[in-house]
Design a protein around this ligand. Structure first.
Ligand code: HEM
Length: 392
């Protein structure tokens, strides 16, 4: 007993000496500014009318994992697969390791992990829940598209996001393992946004062109949000879900950097500093509405006629999309994992992208190199199975 006590005291003494060594000379303590509460233990509920990961706070790290169903994955197998996924999602997002997780410690800090599941038309065909909605398939071709680089389509999608890349990597690996007998990987993409704590919560994130990206966007509290984004009863087994369009958009950052600041601001129609529209004075802030009729002192459109926000703006309120994009940078290629949610991509994303494809000053520096559309399944409650409506 005495020996144990001495050892513990020695250990404590060593610890204190170590802590003291971190203090500034003179012994006074200064706020270090980096003592925020750890958030690794924070949990986002996975149950609800809608799946987590669409309107819940975005994770700083995101992975999109697309799969192809194996030939032998029939309706029964899909039923088993969704039951396994349900258990994995419930466990992983609440910090409980799934069965036979060889590294349960990695599951213990979910850092607001959200796992969202989407399907392509092949899943509907195999569970005989045909016909698939007409938007669920490849999008119409746009003239500037350069697809076929390995990031198109898929039968099944997992979106895994959290504020900690370790939690994301571990969850993705567990899900991958549990899906292996049902589906094989088709493509995967990693994205990120500003780390939690880098800016105060709710700040619009910056993309790799330096712009505040996501300013003008329907908000879940808006009266028409549900009718813009969530699939209604007419969508049968998909009601409560939503349609995701994911475009991998490469940015030519080297040539973008050579453009002067006014040129870069005019191509979007907003200032780089604070995101304010060019139709109002600098410093007026990102949420000042853009005035597309405003003229500058020369009588020219304050927001150029080909500026991105003018071309992307929808005068038809029903055409709007809910954007939720992340940055990607693989070391050799960088850009935007442009993600948007809506009821019907053919009447929401497509007309907007048609305008941009035709004319958009940004086009000189951006190229769409990947494209996929998935039906994000409705949410599920405790005791229910994700995707259960497909088998009803
Ligand atoms: C607005 C960047 C692609 C649709 C904006 C804004 C920026 C931006 C900086 C202004 C701030 C904001 O409201 O978020 C980019 C970049 C892109 C890209 C860098 C490609 C790499 C797209 C695509 C679409 C789109 C593919 C849809 C087809 C919109 C819409 C707005 C917008 C709807 C709001 C327009 C309004 O003010 O009403 N984008 N964007 N963007 N963008 Fe993009």
């Amino acid at each position: 007993g005495a020996a144990f006590g001495t050892g513990a005291l020695l250990g404590l003494g060593g610890g204190l000496a170590g802590a003291r060594a971190l203090q500034p000379a003179g012994g006074e303590t200064e706020p270090s500014g980096c003592e925020a509460e750890p958030f690794g233990g924070e949990v986002l509920p996975c149950h609800g009318a809608h799946q987590a990961g669409v309107v819940t706070p975005p994770g700083a790290n995101i992975r999109y994992l697309a799969y192809e169903l194996r030939d032998e994955t029939d309706a029964d197998a899909l039923g088993r697969m969704f039951r396994i996924l349900t258990g994995d999602i419930e466990g992983l997002t609440s910090g409980v390791a799934p069965l036979a997780d060889p590294e349960p410690e990695l599951a213990a800090r979910p850092a607001r992990l959200a796992i969202t599941v989407g399907i392509g038309p092949e899943v509907l065909r195999r569970v005989a829940a045909d016909p698939a909605p007409d938007w669920l398939g490849p999008l119409p071709v746009f003239s500037r598209d350069r697809l076929g680089t390995g990031y198109d389509g898929g039968d099944l999608l997992l979106v895994v996001q959290a504020d900690d890349a370790t939690a994301v990597a571990h969850a993705a690996r567990m899900l991958d393992r549990d899906l292996a007998s049902f589906a094989r990987p088709r493509w995967r993409q990693h994205g990120f946004r500003q780390a939690r704590g880098a800016e105060s919560e709710g700040t619009t994130t910056r993309n790799l062109m330096g712009q505040l990206d996501g300013t003008v966007n329907p908000a879940p509290a808006d009266e028409d949000f549900a009718s813009l984004v969530w699939l209604g009863e007419e969508s049968g087994p998909l009601a409560g879900g939503t349609a995701l369009v994911l475009r991998r958009i490469r940015m030519e950052l080297d040539t973008w950097d050579q453009v002067d600041r006014p040129g870069r601001e005019q191509s979007v129609g907003r200032r780089l500093s604070d995101g304010s529209p060019l139709s109002s004075p600098p410093g007026s802030g990102e949420h000042t509405p853009a005035d597309f009729a405003a003229r500058d002192e020369l009588g020219l459109s304050a927001i150029p006629v080909a500026a991105h926000i003018r071309r992307a703006h929808s005068s038809n309120p029903a055409e709007r999309i809910f954007r939720r994009s992340d940055n990607y940078d693989d070391g050799t290629e960088a850009g935007l994992l442009f993600a948007c949610y809506q009821r019907d991509p053919l009447t929401q994303f497509v007309p907007i992208q048609r305008r941009l494809d035709e004319v958009d000053l940004l086009n000189e520096w951006v190229t769409h190199v990947g494209s996929a559309v998935f039906a994000i399944l409705p949410g599920f409650r405790a005791g229910e199975t994700l995707g259960g409506s497909l088998f009803a």
